[in-house]
Structures are given as C-alpha cells and as structure tokens.
Design a protein around this ligand. Structure first.
Ligand code: PEP
Ligand code: MG
Length: 581
C-alpha cells in the first residue's frame, strides 16, 4: 500500500478476492496505514540547516502524538484507556525528545541526523535501556518503539500507524493484518475486513471468523481504495463493489436481517441419526474462553497459548503462565480443554523462541521444534499447565504443534508424563504426520488436525500469500485425502491398542458448515472453531446422517479441484442456501 497515491475508486468498480467469512455489508473504507519504514541512516543533512527549527519540529511532533493519544484514551474505557494513557505519557518523555535533539548536531559521532532518524535512534536507545532493566520495564520497550513510529509518521505527515480511528463503523482495508494488530481492533467499530494479501488461513481470516466479521482476502487493489469510499462487501462470494447501487444496499440489509437469526448456538451437536459430534471452541486467552463458554461451546478444542504472550520479548514466568492457562480452565469446569504448547514461528514469531533471520520460517525451527533450540521452555510450560490443572476442574488435554514423526510424538508424550499430564496428543498439520498417523497415534492419546498449516504444507503454498489463495484452500482434494489418512491411521492405532484415539479438527476448515460435514464423513470425531461459527455449523450438522456425510465426503475426495469439491458438496446441502451460509 502507498498512502500517498490513494485514489477514489470509480463508481461500481469491482475487486475480487477470496471470501473467508460470509456476510454482506455496506460501509465506508478506512485504510490501515503501512508500517513505518526505518528512516535512512547517513541521510545527507545540509550544513546550513537550522538546528533550532529542526529541534522544534521534533518537539511539535511529539506533542501532536501525545495529544492524539490522549484524545483517543478519553474515548475508550478500561484497559484500552490505560494503555493509551501510558503511551501518551511516553510521547511526552523529555528524555526521548532531548536525546533526539542532541543527535541533530553535526558534531555528534556519525554526524548530524535528520529529525526522523534522530527520533528513531533515540527511541531505540531508550528501548534498549528499558530492556536492560528487565521485567515490567522491559515490556515497556515495545511501547517506546510504538511512540517513536508515531512521531516519525507525524514528521512525515503520514497517518499514525495502527488501526485507524473513526467515529463511525467502517470497513478496514489493509495489505494484511498481523496477530498483534488484533489486540487493538475494536469489533464494535469494524464491520468487515478486506485485504489485498493474505490467504484463507491467514490471521486476518482467522480473526474475521472469530469476530463474525464478513471478510475478503487476496483482493488485489483494495489497499488502494481511498478512505471514505463507500463499498459493498460480500464475504461469501469474495467480492467488493465500490459505490454500490440500491440493489446491493438492499442485499446487505436483507443479509443483516437473516444473520440475526443465526447468531446463537443452540447446543445441537448430533447428526440426524444421533451420532454426537462435540463442538468446541478455539481460544487464545481467558477472556476468549469466557465468551466461548457463554456462547455454549462444550469445551476448548484449541487453546493457542502463544496468543497469551505475543507481545512478550521474554519467556513468561511459570507463575504468569499458570494464571493465563488457569483463566481458561476456570471458564470450563468439568469440560475438556485442549492446550496447545507454544506454537511460535512463521506467522506467529515470539522473540524469545524464534529467529527472525531464518530464510524459510514456515519450514524452520517453529512449533514443537523450538525445543531443539530453546530447551527448557517446553518443560516449564508443561509444568505450568499441570499446576494450573491441579487447581481447576477442567479436563486438560495437551498437544504439541508441528509434529512430523512418531519419535517426536513419543518424546512429547514422555515430557507430558514427566510433568504429570495424562492426556498427550499431537497436532497433525505436517503431511508426514498425516501419512504416518497409525504410528504417530501409537505414541499419544489423540490428534487434532490443523488444517490451516496442513493445507499450506500439502500445497506448498504460504498461507499468508494472497496470490496463492486458490491453492491454500482446505477444500483441495489432496488436503481431504490427508484428513482421511489421519482418521484411518488413528482407527488402526486404536484397534491395535484397544484404546480410543480420537481425531478432531481445530483448523479453520471446521468453521465452514459444508466442510464440517465432509470432515465428519471422513472420520473426524469433534470440531473446534471460533465461538462465532458454532451456530452455523450446528444448524447444518443435524440435517445429515453419518452415511450422508460419508457420501458427501467421498464426492469431495473424488472431485478434480477444490472449487468442484465445494460446489458438489454444497449442492448436496440445500440448507446452506436456505440459511444464507
Ligand atoms: C492450524 O494450523 O490449522 C492451526 C489450528 O494452527 P494455527 O492456525 O494456530 O497455526
Ligand atoms: Mg498451525
């Protein structure tokens, strides 16, 4: 995206991408500003530059940032207000501004800096001091870097970084959203997400489904639509229309009326012939878990523990971890909670575990593999999970992400046993684990299919890349084959051991009501999804028997493409159109 060349979209201009969360809405676009680029080091500074004027520019920019943050703080409540107020204080920090002004002088080592470069370096120096202090102070380093980015944007006359502020609800347009952006996203203000990049398994897509927001990803050109342009978004069809006509406005209103009938999960979790398919929730924090429990989820099928610590530069203490996991367990007394150990890397970097310089992060030291490079972190996490379990009533299962071999599964099971955790499992998201499920499942008690990563690895298509969105589709028959192989392998392991070896799905595929039917037909025993998706999935499952689900699954497996697999299954499930799903 280039903030300087935004042009108003011409009347009824169309953009098409991949629909990742259904819904039809009309609203104004607000662009997510581009991340602030580092100002060039050694940029030439004219010898006759007026230092006082340059210094004043830095002071004015810092004041403007402080005023902006204060007025935003006044407009929000609770934790959000505290965070903004604390950041506003940092913007006015005389140490930051004074040390930046010093760097404008020609006699400092390295020569005179431009105001942008001076604030950039001064911000880094303050952040470095805070990091050296450790603990709470070290965590404030990120806030200083945020302030410095805001001051640089102000000096450049560009919009402030981060989610835009608006008095009216809007459609957020971006190149893509990072997991960290999600923390500041106000679902009451945003009515749809549209991105020019990202795929169906990107974090933008996951977030949209979690919030129940219509979303289209990989729609080239939407990051060039001017702020304020009115657009129509169809999150099922994957289309965006600028300056919509009356017909589209009526379509959006009709969808809003229809959607309001499908917001509540009624707890239905049996197929037409009575087979029970537990419907669980994917959560990242205690707050998510409280919402999921209130929405009627039967338990948690995926606790993404890295989401508790995405903003951390250092490994959280065992006590902090016990509190974070305990908050989730407390929301589900007597119910199953599947905890996934830290899944750092690629789309979810954690500075204390992953190396930002890896050439191929998705194929790198990520997920369970970080135990190779950061020994001890996993053991401490397992101890924290066990300690949290001991003071709550949740039935805790634990699984490792990115398991590739049965040896890794056995090692993980041994670590769980050493920590006193009784139900170890693995995520199946690497094709090798799906292909060898019978031996992998011999080592552990259960498996959960991570269809987001399984798709990216089966299709060799980075889940974050818009141009590869068509490949990165869990309806790909190759991906469905891997799901079937996993379920079949688990059934073999189960009959060999005489123990149940259930296979669930916790990837986004489970949240697509048509695909959910296919997954059940392929032998999946439980489905875990964002709490918002429960209502739609539970509206469709009771309309089919297991035999019908199997028949639809085989239709999908036999289809020559993802598009044809989806179309054939949808044709066999007319309820989807009736419900507008
Ligand atoms: C997956 O890969 O399907 C999954 C559930 O894990 P994540 O999306 O967090 O990588
Ligand atoms: Mg994954």
């Amino acid at each position: 995206m280039n903030n300087e060349v935004l042009i108003p979209a011409t009347r009824r201009q169309q953009f098409s991408g991949v629909g990742v969360a259904p819904g039809r809405v009309v609203g104004q676009v607000r662009q997510m500003p581009k991340p602030v680029q580092e100002p060039r080091a050694n940029a030439a500074v004219a010898a006759d530059v007026n230092l006082a004027v340059q210094g004043q520019r830095i002071k004015d920019a810092a004041k403007a940032v402080q005023a902006e943050l204060r007025s935003r703080a006044a407009a929000v409540e609770g934790e959000g207000r505290e965070v903004l107020e604390a950041t506003a204080l940092m913007a006015a920090d005389p140490m930051l501004v004074k040390s930046a002004i010093k760097l404008l002088a020609p006699e400092v080592p390295g020569g005179a800096r431009t105001p942008e470069r001076a604030i950039w370096e001064a911000g880094e120096a303050v952040a470095e001091k805070l990091r050296a202090l450790g603990g709470y102070m070290a965590e404030r380093a990120t806030d200083v870097l945020d302030v410095r980015a805001r001051i640089v944007s102000e000096l450049r006359g560009l919009p402030a970084p981060g989610i835009p502020v608006s008095d009216i609800p809007f459609i957020l347009a971006a190149e893509d959203l990072a997991p960290a952006d999600t923390a500041t996203l106000d679902p009451a203000k945003i009515i749809a997400l549209i991105t020019s990049s990202g795929g169906p398994q990107s974090h933008t897509a996951i977030l949209a489904r979690a919030l129940g927001l219509p979303a289209v990803v990989a729609a080239r050109g939407v990051d060039g639509i001017a702020d304020g342009t009115e657009v129509y978004v169809d999150g099922a069809a994957g289309s965006i229309t600028a300056e919509p006509d009356a017909e589209l406005i009526v379509a959006a209103a009709a969808w809003a009326a229809q959607a309001s009938t499908l917001t509540a999960f009624n707890g239905a979790n049996v197929l037409a012939d009575g087979l029970r398919i537990p419907l669980l929730a994917n959560v990242g924090t205690g707050a998510d878990a409280i919402k999921a429990a209130a929405a009627g989820a039967e338990g948690v099928g995926l606790l993404r523990t890295e989401f508790c610590f995405l903003d951390r530069d250092e490994e959280p203490t065992v006590e902090e971890q016990i509190a974070a996991y305990g908050a989730v367990f407390a929301a589900f007394p007597g119910k199953k909670v599947v905890v996934r150990t830290l899944d750092a890397g690629a789309d979810k970097p954690l500075p204390f575990l992953t190396n930002a310089d890896e050439p191929n992060p998705a194929l790198g030291v990520r997920g369970y593999r970080t135990d190779l490079t950061s020994p001890g972190v996993l053991e401490r996490q397992l101890l924290a999970i066990a300690a949290a379990e001991s003071v709550h009533q949740a039935e805790v299962w634990v699984m490792a992400p990115m398991i590739s071999t049965s040896d890794e599964a056995a090692d993980f099971a041994a670590l769980c046993a050493a920590a006193g955790l009784k139900t170890p499992g693995v995520m199946v998201e690497v094709p090798s684990a799906a292909l060898t499920a019978a031996t992998v499942l011999r080592e552990v008690a259960f498996a959960s299919l991570g269809t987001n990563d399984l798709t990216q690895y089966a299709m060799a298509a980075d889940r974050q890349l818009g141009p590869l969105a068509a490949l990165n589709n869990p309806w790909q028959p190759a991906v469905l084959q891997l799901v079937k192989l996993t379920a079949d392998g688990a059934a073999l392991a189960s009959s060999a051991s005489g123990l149940p070896k259930p296979v669930g799905v916790c990837g986004e595929a489970a949240a697509d009501p048509a695909l959910a039917v296919v997954l059940v037909g392929l032998g999946v025993a439980s489905l875990s999804m964002s709490a918002r998706a429960l209502a739609a999935v539970s509206a469709v499952l009771p309309t089919v028997t297991l035999d019908q689900a199997r028949h639809l699954a085989f239709t999908a497996l036999a289809a020559p493409s993802a598009t044809e697999a989806r179309a054939a299954v949808r044709a066999g499930l007319p309820i989807l159109d009736e419900l507008g799903l």
